[in-house]
Design a protein around this ligand. Sequence first.
Ligand SMILES: NC(=O)c1ccc[n+]([C@@H]2O[C@H](COP(=O)([O-])OP(=O)(O)OC[C@H]3O[C@@H](n4cnc5c(N)ncnc54)[C@H](OP(=O)(O)O)[C@@H]3O)[C@@H](O)[C@H]2O)c1
Length: 281
Amino acid sequence: MIPLILDGKKVAESVYQKLLLEVSLLSFVPKITLLRVGEDPASQSYVRSKEKRCLELGLRGETLVLPELISEQELISKILVLNRDKEVNGILVQLPLPSHLNKEKVLRSIDPMKDVDGLHPENAGLLVQGNPRFIPCTPAGILEMLKFYQIAIEGKRIVIVGRSEIVGRPVAQLLLNHHATVTICHSKTKNLEEELKRAEVLIAAIGKPKFIKGDMLSPGVAVIDVGINRVDGQIIGDVDFESVSHKASAISPVPGGVGPMTIAMLMQNLCFAATLQSKKP
Ligand SMILES: NC(=O)c1ccc[n+]([C@@H]2O[C@H](COP(=O)([O-])OP(=O)(O)OC[C@H]3O[C@@H](n4cnc5c(N)ncnc54)[C@H](OP(=O)(O)O)[C@@H]3O)[C@@H](O)[C@H]2O)c1
């Protein structure tokens, strides 16, 4: 079986075409402020890509680079200033934060109407209630990709490996809202292979290179590989592309799969935030 390759760059491009039109209808240029704390190389690269994409779409993206040793109070004060700044439509704190900072406290300080990463408890709660405002970018990108390639969700057995706050949990909630039968697996799951064999769609968000092998899956499964693992200067997914390709009907590659979708959804959330704010009296 030759699987359909789920090309994230192509899907992202279609999102950008729609956004360009949306932006042209606004009477102002949406602006996002990205906060990066410290000099983590992966964070530097993610923030650079986000800023670059803003520029390409004619949006305003600015990065505040803050010292590694910034106190929680100082960081929260910066966020509170951005919350009040009418020029700023979206705020994103690049994760992970240095360990002395309480991530939950920091994320809670973002105005939920500017929370374009969708991680504020108010936005997470709205998603759980089936009434989402800002959906976290990677889950939103996965849904967009499934829709683009017309991979059925309703009534399908979707297995998610990983239960993180940024991927596993929100993608489970999102797909449940789209009427999938969702199973969430994690490091304490017993008989993981039994669960995997039942999957009609598999979403791997584990953070372990090539963890999922072809012999763990049933033929015809659609596979979304969220993993980004840096190994010997290369980026490797959580799925062993080679062996899984022989089983899957569709598979997203790494790189070039979910990664480009994540940034596209951030841009979409920013435009949505700007539109919502422009309607506020
Ligand atoms: N493409 C993108 O844009 C994008 C965005 C975000 C993340 N990522 C990548 O996606 C991967 C996951 O990220 P994350 O933030 O969700 O990671 P995370 O917070 O480390 O969560 C990993 C999850 O995998 C589970 N897990 C670990 N080992 C397992 C095992 N042996 N069997 C079953 N489950 C296991 C963990 O279970 P426990 O909860 O029991 O510990 C946890 O729920 C990483 O490679 C990350 O770089 C990519």
